[in-house]
Write a protein that binds this ligand. Structure first.
Ligand code: NAP
Length: 305
């Protein structure tokens, strides 16, 4: 039986692994469908403290993993299919049941994309879901944001610092965003809303980078091409909670609820990072929660012995 199983190896999971390993708990970290998490899909990370020249997302993750391994963390590839709480807790990993005293769920969230053909190959080549990560690469060129919620409005506003123009492409003629965010976006002279429009294809240049989008007007049915150098998709995130549904409490939009600190509704089960956080969604906040979950897990183990 394991002392601690950590589900997920993004910033939250790896930080939890560093702390629990350093506390001599020899944690087992399970690397799921996207080992390393969302940072592995970014290039330069310029806002993680301690790296004034920036650091590549995959490099940062690799260093965190090495740091955890140095203290004795174990890693195993595998997707958690089922969870049975108890004493011990049991998780089914690729068909095999594994037991643990404590579980830290750091399975992250996956940004939603539109679902167009060839989409996944364009991520990092002018298609992204993170303005904070990639906005600064698109200075003095036109870009677009897809979506009509708070995220889309916030990202559009942020991108006006860099881009020459930001098209806000929404499938309806009213924004879903809160009034203050919507008003601010519409009033911004650098943001041009494109109402009732669906992106039906990405247009690429000879180098395979995004050069524009094809739009269909939902009202008139008319199609047109719009020249943009980057498409920021902001149509929501899906927390990765499939194995825990009906067992761990979630908010209406599916994020794990932290009852106190990082503790969930099940004793000995903690949640950290984007699987529980729909507000900040930053590498550093996920790492902070991973640290908190590890400390709380350690204290919980000590108290239950
Ligand atoms: P959201 O509120 O769910 O909005 C998603 C938007 O994407 C909606 O406008 C939706 O259109 C559109 N959409 C969904 N699927 C689409 C598709 N397949 N094609 C085109 N458009 C699609 O998500 P969010 O903006 O990420 O916000 C999530 C939560 O975080 C919200 O509770 C929000 O208030 C909060 N948040 C708050 C702040 C803040 O206060 N500073 C910032 C960011 C997020 P429809 O409108 O037609 O459904």
């Amino acid at each position: 039986m394991e002392n601690v199983i950590i589900i997920g190896t993004g910033c939250a999971g790896l930080t939890a692994a560093i702390y629990t390993a350093r506390a001599s708990l020899a944690p087992l970290a399970l690397e799921g469908r996207m080992p390393g998490g969302q940072l592995t899909t970014t290039t330069a990370v310029e806002n993680f403290p301690g790296f004034p020249e920036g650091i590549d997302g995959p490099e940062l993750i690799m260093r965190m993993k090495k740091q955890a391994e140095n203290f004795g963390a174990k890693f195993r590839y595998g997707v958690v299919e089922e969870f049975r709480p108890g004493d011990p807790h049991r998780v089914k990993v690729d068909g095999e049941w594994v037991e643990t005293k404590v579980l830290i769920v750091a399975s992250g969230a996956s940004p939603r994309y539109i679902g167009l053909e060839g989409e996944s190959a364009l991520i990092g080549h002018g298609l992204t879901s993170c303005a904070t990560c990639d906005g600064a690469f698109y200075r003095n060129v036109p870009v677009c944001v897809v979506g009509g919620g708070d995220s889309a409005c916030e990202e559009a506003g942020f991108l006006t610092r860099f881009a020459s123009k930001v098209y806000l492409i929404h499938r309806r003629d009213t924004l879903r965003a809160s009034k203050i965010m919507a008003d601010r976006a519409v009033a911004n002279p650098k943001i041009e809303p494109v109402w009732n429009s669906l992106v039906t294809a990405y247009i690429t240049d000879a180098a395979g980078e995004v050069a524009g989008v094809r739009l269909r007007d939902k009202v008139t049915g008319a199609e047109r091409d719009l020249e943009v150098k980057c498409v920021f998709v902001a149509i929501g995130h899906e927390p990765n909670t499939a194995a825990f549904r009906g067992i761990l409490e979630t908010s209406d939009d599916g994020y794990l609820i932290q009852k106190s600190g990082t503790a969930t509704n099940i004793p000995g089960v903690f949640a950290a990072g984007d699987v529980a956080d729909h507000v900040y969604r930053q590498a550093i906040t996920a790492a902070g929660q991973g640290c908190a979950a590890a400390i709380e897990a350690e204290r919980w183990l000590a108290a239950s012995e």
